[in-house]
Design a protein around this ligand. Structure first.
Ligand code: AMP
Length: 309
């Protein structure tokens, strides 16, 4: 079975939505990706850094889901990365209130020997130099490298970001960030510009409006499941990415046809993430819930229509 190496923030988040607010709770791109990918029964490991203020029980929770945390460095005298955000009424847009890099500011990632030969690598959202360094440490070119990023790194470290984007197969990015990265309003044109930067596959996430997968002239669209309750969209993008690559690592098939299924698997898992604040829903997700919702996804998207010959 393929191994999945994940890099991304392991963080404290403070979140405000129209339904309430939280104090510092567990968050981080790496955390959400790990939790999501754990639904596929694959061996995965996270490379990241936390401070001495990070509760050990969170690492244990990940270990219990077969997510290896040996490469999460603990800087005893440091503070964990902290992010705070506030969602607007439509829950599709948010304002970042604080990004405190803390121990992430001078983090030198170390991939453990066990994961240096991982076939699948998920470069989750964090400093692009950390993403590059993880790639440098791989013994061989992995079978598939997926990168996720956000506007913070475009604003602050664009050149480093462009250098790592060159080296990846798939980029997952939200619509506004795709526009910022390329200067194109049309997402079709934005995807074409991103191909020129390196990735052959582009996934554009559109929050409650689903996700688009682009490859050469092909496009595939997966809706997001219409949900009765959405409490907190934090981590939905990372959960999508973890589901996308987790599915590919499990099936070991990186064809465009299989990537379509991976987009559905990612969208399916992201639909759970938003139902509770923070990581709570993903921590307590049962396999049959995931399966049942996949059936709903199929029903939502399938139709018969007669075509004129
Ligand atoms: P998402 O909602 O999928 O965009 O991801 C939200 C998660 O990303 C939160 O749990 C944050 O801790 C984390 N995050 C926020 N800003 C950054 C950043 N600049 N770099 C890395 N991770 C971040």
């Amino acid at each position: 079975m393929s191994k999945l190496l994940i890099v991304g923030t392991v963080a404290f988040d403070a979140i405000k939505t129209p339904f309430g607010e939280t104090d510092k709770i567990l968050g981080g791109a790496g955390t959400y990706i790990g939790l999501s990918a754990s639904n596929f029964g694959i061996d995965s490991g996270i490379v990241s850094v936390v401070g001495g203020d990070f509760p050990e029980e969170y690492l244990k929770m990940l270990n219990d889901k077969n997510v290896n945390t040996d490469a999460i460095e603990i800087v005893k005298e440091g503070k964990t990365f902290f992010w705070s955000g506030e969602y607007h009424n439509d829950l599709n847009s948010r304002t970042t209130l604080a990004t405190e890099l803390n121990v992430l500011a001078d983090f030198n990632p170390k991939v453990s020997d066990e994961f240096k030969n991982a076939e699948f690598v998920m470069l989750g959202n964090l400093h692009p130099l950390v993403q590059s360094s993880v790639l440098d440490q791989m013994e061989e070119r992995p079978k598939l490298v997926v990168l996720d990023t956000m506007n913070f790194w475009m604003d602050n470290t664009l050149e480093d970001l462009l250098n790592v984007i060159k080296r990846v197969d798939v980029i997952t990015i939200n619509d506004e960030e795709a526009r910022q990265l390329t200067g194109e309003y049309s997402l079709v044109k934005a995807a074409q510009k991103i191909y020129e930067m390196g990735p052959k596959y582009v996934v554009i996430k559109k929050g409650e409006h689903g996700a688009l997968l682009f490859h050469e002239k092909d496009v595939f669209f997966a809706p997001a499941l219409p949900l009765e309750e959405v409490f907190d969209p934090t981590g939905a993008g990372d959960t999508f990415a973890g589901g996308f690559i987790g599915y590919l690592a499990k099936t070991e098939d990186i064809s465009f046809e299989n990537m379509k299924r991976a987009v559905i698997a990612g969208s399916n898992l992201a639909s759970f993430c938003v139902e509770k604040f923070g990581t709570e829903r993903m921590e307590n997700l049962a396999a049959d819930e995931v399966q049942n919702r996949l059936v709903q996804f199929k029903e939502l998207t399938q139709f018969e229509i007669e075509l004129n010959k």
